[in-house]
Design a protein around this ligand. Structure first.
Ligand code: ATR
Length: 276
């Protein structure tokens, strides 16, 4: 029986145990995937305990992704670029490796939905752990511009500087702003990577959206988020929540832990939509 799990706070509503059980069922593998509620003082001890007791791998979610990056003995390149870890892997030599599958999960889901990144004008809201996870992969797809909006503008500036210092050439495509109201060109893809949807708060949208603009909220909830409502109200026709990203990042993590084939995500997504 392979021991897997997810660490976070809050954690009780996490869909990850359900998603990974569905993957295991489909692949005919024996997996025990549990939720672990961590507190900020005890996060590293909880993780160490889990791996000491034979854990193969774990996900890390809000608010510990950056702590997890500091905890591991080895970071993959994309986790290093993100400065955040959502996937912990116990290597054969007993080392703890930190990876980040968030960006890949989002990129796959955007592609599935036909939300183009390359050559487009992007607005990303947020400069926390979630934004860090997705930025390197979005930049790698060469958008025309990437406006990085954060109410604490220094945090977004710091994130851009870090990406530059790590040698990511595309970091020059990033333009940092404290509000989207200053964007002058029509925006083609808007991504909410803040935690505003958790508290149901509105964001200031860019003044002009392209006719075929697409919107994506990294958050998933049973009902459309406030950000999705805001976009629909201003005429944006293609709006998505983060269920696809959640399932795709999980599939990438599952494959890293278990080897073998990438689990099929379509059936898992329709299963989750049915029961929400
Ligand atoms: P996560 O891991 O989800 O990114 P985080 O690291 O705590 O969590 O970051 C939360 C992000 O959401 C931050 O960019 C935060 O903005 P600040 O840096 O200014 O705090 C953003 N955020 C949270 N609530 C928000 C709101 N109501 N409006 C705008 N931005 C918000």
């Amino acid at each position: 029986l392979t021991q897997l799990g997810v660490f976070g706070n809050p954690i009780e509503h996490s869909l990850s145990p359900r998603i990974h059980s569905l993957f295991a069922q489909a692949q005919q593998e024996h997996v025990n995937y549990q939720r672990y509620l961590a507190t900020s003082g005890r996060f590293s001890r909880s993780v160490a305990q889990f791996f000491c007791h034979g854990g193969r791998g774990a996900n890390v979610t809000l608010p510990f992704k950056q702590d997890a990056a500091r905890l591991v003995t080895q970071l993959t390149e994309r986790a290093q670029l993100a400065g955040a870890v959502n996937t912990l892997i116990s290597s054969k030599s007993g080392q703890l490796v930190g990876d980040n599958t968030d960006g890949e999960g989002l990129a796959i889901d955007l592609e599935n939905k036909g939300f183009k990144v390359s050559g487009r004008s992007l607005t990303i809201f947020g400069a926390g752990g979630s934004a860090r996870g997705i930025l390197p992969l979005l930049l790698a797809q060469q958008p025309k511009h990437l406006y990085l909006i954060n109410r604490t503008v220094e945090k977004a500036e710091a994130l851009k500087s870090e990406l530059k210092a790590l040698g990511l050439a595309e970091a020059n495509l990033v333009q940092v702003l404290s509000s989207a109201s200053a964007i002058e060109e029509p925006v083609e893809l808007l991504i909410n990577a803040t935690s505003s949807s958790l508290t149901g708060q509105c964001l200031t949208l860019p003044p002009i959206l392209a006719d075929d603009a697409c919107g994506y909220d990294l958050m998933y909830a049973a009902k459309p988020t406030v950000f999705m409502h805001q976009l629909t109200q201003v005429g944006c026709k293609k709006v998505s929540d983060g269920l696809g990203m959640l399932v795709e990042q999980a599939a990438s993590s599952y494959q890293l832990w278990m080897g073998g084939e990438r689990p099929d995500t379509t059936s898992v997504m329709s299963e989750l939509r049915k029961s929400s």
